[in-house]
Design a protein around this ligand. Sequence first.
Ligand code: 5GP
Length: 143
Amino acid sequence: MSYDDNNIFAKILRGEMPAHKVFEDNETLAFLDIMPRSKGHILVIPKKPAINMMDIDPDSLCVLIRCVHRLAPLVRKAMGADGFVVQQFNEAAAGQMVFHIHFHIVPRYIGVPLKHAASEMEQDDILSANAELIRQEIGNQLG
Ligand code: 5GP
């Protein structure tokens, strides 16, 4: 399979699809998952095209995971979460639905079960409010 320029995340990167962005630098973009498994679920993607772990070059993967490492504790703090899960799926058989590599940062709250992946669209005003909380925390730490 070759990289499809028309996947949803490529469109978000080109500004052709909206997203609740929480962080951006020269190499990386982070935004809220539109069907979050928990409150504050974000996705972290490289700007350089890659489908998944099979084709991303090691240096780009390092840049990406450094960003995940930087953002995950800030998302946890912003959302008042008790922990977080980091997930990354490779190929449809493993649950990959969008074929531009991404890491999920999924906040966890004691006693709150995860929703199933991509099961329920979140209301836009809730996504907006959560994005603002996360942007504020990132701004406080990195800004
Ligand atoms: P995957 O299973 O490929 O790792 O996960 C893809 C994720 O992208 C899912 O959690 C799904 O909810 C999310 N997603 C799908 N379409 C959109 C979209 O248009 N915008 C955003 N922000 N997230 C999306």
